[in-house]
Design a protein around this ligand. Sequence first.
Ligand code: NDP
Length: 315
Amino acid sequence: MIAENIGPRARSLEAASLAARIKDEVKTEIEQMVKERGVRPCLAAVRVGEDPASAVYVRNKIRACEEVGIRSEHHALPESTSTAELLELIASLNLRDDVDGILVQLPLPSGIDETAIIEAMDPAKDVDGFHPVNAGKLAMGRPVFVPCTPAGIIELLDDAGVEIRGANACVVGRSQIVGRPMAQLLLQRDATVTICHSRTRDLAAVARTADLLVVAIGRAGLVGRDHIKPGATVIDVGMNKASDADQVRSLFGSEADKRLEVVAKRGYTLVGDVNPAEAAEVAGMLTPVPGGVGLLTVAMLMKNTLKAAKLRRKH
Ligand code: NDP
């Protein structure tokens, strides 16, 4: 949905109402499933250690489950958990017929073999879409479970009426969680896709060719006016913390005072990978941070969990 102007030019692509709509649709289908079949989907969330950001993410996901009527379990394991112990838990969740989706909150503590954990998961319960079977199916153009953040971005683009077919799309970042699956989804929708990363030569020149620019690098405000083609749609996936007053001023321009109040209260303000003040002068549309892509990630997790329940239970 296109909301208020961010700056002189770019329009803000807010995601709140779309995220609410997606959750409402999931809720309606779940109510129907419960009524007709007596089945309520169940998501098992697994968290290891005491990382405060992971605790917040898992709490938000469990709250969303409550909103849409998904039963949830929270397995909070101590930092000292070994790979073998976590593999045992995954194996038991794989076997349980009442569990439809398994979510392992990343990153895991450094002592745990993250790849082994992801690969141990039943692909039919892999609602994050990180298992090689699901990544492979996506790469082959036969997606089943697609990682939630890029899947949400496609929903946002469609909702805003952004033409993907034939567009020159540039994805900055090649992680398994965002960049790579994003590029695959755009390719599947007939965009001409370029993938950039930390070794790309002259990032600004490449990014500036894009009608559709998706940035997922984890570098506060790195993408600025020089990276953006006039009128381009810019999707900012980044979630970084900024606390330095000069940095906040250079990123937020006329909005800086409001953001500095947030810093005074919380110690930081959330900032994406795109410089919003500069992007607003050049872009056609821009997702805000917060209030953009992040809201859709959880909504898509709910959608994937419902999908897992439907596929497993042949609804
Ligand atoms: P990763 O650290 O896994 O990947 C970062 C990618 O960016 C890598 O491919 C890296 O290249 C590339 N990169 C890093 N620096 C540069 C640079 N200077 N120029 C070009 N490319 C660069 O990050 P994630 O994909 O997991 O996350 C990216 C951002 O998105 C983070 O801020 C994260 O917090 C946020 N995020 C937000 C979500 C949401 O729901 N809103 C969900 C997931 C992530 P290389 O491969 O060469 O190292």
